[in-house]
Design a protein around this ligand. Structure first.
Ligand code: SAH
Length: 357
């Protein structure tokens, strides 16, 4: 049975699905899910990510984590963790960039949180030397200092979506029309969990929330506050989500998310405020990726690498630097939020959160 047929039957039996239920099936259905069955990244895939664009991204994040580790007194052992490592490129760049930091590699136990069996196999090849341990449960990470990166992980987690109707909300649901899957709106209902959004929205506005995100942030924050460490969360989005950001990506362009379930990546912008409010640790100011990478010295690094390049390789290197940092490319849309213990300063490149955030 195809995923489409499975969804048609599920809806016939249970009624319309929330967007989160639909996304969960499309991305992680054990037999047909997009991530379960695909390697979505790279030129032949559906989208690309910062570490796939340039090694400099992982180098900057690696040095940021290593400096934070040194600033916290070089705790050993510690867990070096990535959520949703994709092809393993980011972790490989982090490990390479931190090789020269005395003691860092020897103290690091690499843990990868990855739901996809196909991508785990790829990560096992790329990261064999680091002997990683896999889990699909953030709660199963070891009780020790946690130095963590998550790039484009939270945007892949299922979201629910609501349209404001007076002081109530109508949820986006997925139903069936003829034999097609179609989005629709459930009847209006008041929602305690969206009470704070009545302040900053108007009639008809769309807000989204990611049920799994605060739970994950709470678990990470508890580890970091208790044992030390830091988490660098990088994703597209903003402090508060506003508007319909649910989209399907296929072949590096947008696609209809309801047409062929399981064959396209489904994502939504990340709403950072609920992550920051859920964590028991301190958090940094939400900072644009371009600003963060510039503060960490990406331009000096780019110039060093450029010195060894000519022709097309040089052009693509210059374009990659621009793509990661320029405000019209990923520089402003993508943001960085760090968790860190209340007793320490935020990681390099980030400032303490102000009174409003
Ligand atoms: N961080 C990588 C890949 C981003 S794609 C990069 O920057 O290139 C999203 C990654 O998260 C994939 O590895 C996907 O399989 C994984 N993923 C998605 N949903 C997940 C979930 N619920 N639990 C664990 N991993 C998940």
């Amino acid at each position: 049975m195809s995923l489409r047929e499975h969804l048609l039957r599920r809806i016939a039996a249970e009624g319309p699905l929330t967007l989160a239920e639909y996304m969960g099936e499309c991305l992680l259905n054990p037999a047909h899910g997009y991530y379960t069955t695909h390697d979505p990244l790279g030129a032949a895939g559906d989208f690309t990510t910062a570490p796939e664009i340039s090694q400099m991204f992982g180098e900057m994040l690696g040095l940021c984590l290593a400096q934070t580790w040194l600033d916290q007194g070089a705790p050993a052992p510690f867990a070096l963790v990535e959520l949703g490592p994709g092809r393993g490129t980011l972790m490989a760049d982090i490990l390479r960039a931190t090789r020269a930091v005395p003691g860092f590699r020897a103290a690091a136990q690499v843990h990868l949180v990855e739901a996809s069996r196909a991508l785990r196999a790829r990560q096992a090849e790329v990261l064999a030397e680091a002997a990683p341990v896999w889990t699909d449960d953030v709660g199963a990470l070891p009780e020790m200092p946690l130095f963590l990166v998550a790039n484009e992980f939270f945007d892949a987690l299922p979201i629910r979506q609501f349209h404001r109707d007076g002081s109530a909300w109508r949820e986006t649901v997925v139903g069936v029309e003829g034999d097609a899957l179609r989005p629709g709106l459930a009847p209006p209902a008041p929602l305690e969990m969206l009470a704070h959004r009545l302040e900053d929205t108007a009639e008809g506005d769309v807000v989204e929330l990611c049920p799994a995100a605060p739970t994950i942030a709470r678990m990470l924050g508890a580890r970091i506050e208790q044992h030390g460490g830091a988490a660098l969360i990088v994703d597209y989005g903003d402090w508060r989500s506003l508007g319909d950001t649910f989209q399907a990506m296929r072949g590096h362009g947008t696609a209809d998310p309801f047409a062929e379930p399981g064959t396209a990546d489904l994502t939504a912008h990340v709403d950072f405020e609920p992550l920051a409010t859920a964590t028991a640790s301190a958090h940094s100011l939400l900072t644009p990726q371009g600003v963060f990478l510039e503060r960490l010295g990406i331009t000096a690094r780019a110039e060093r690498l450029a010195a060894g390049l000519t022709g097309a390789a040089l052009e693509s290197h210059v374009a990659a630097h621009r793509r990661l940092t320029h405000p019209h490319e990923m520089g402003t849309l993508f943001k960085v939020l760090a968790f860190h213990p209340h007793t320490t300063a935020p990681p390099p490149g980030l400032e303490p959160a102000g009174p409003r955030e």
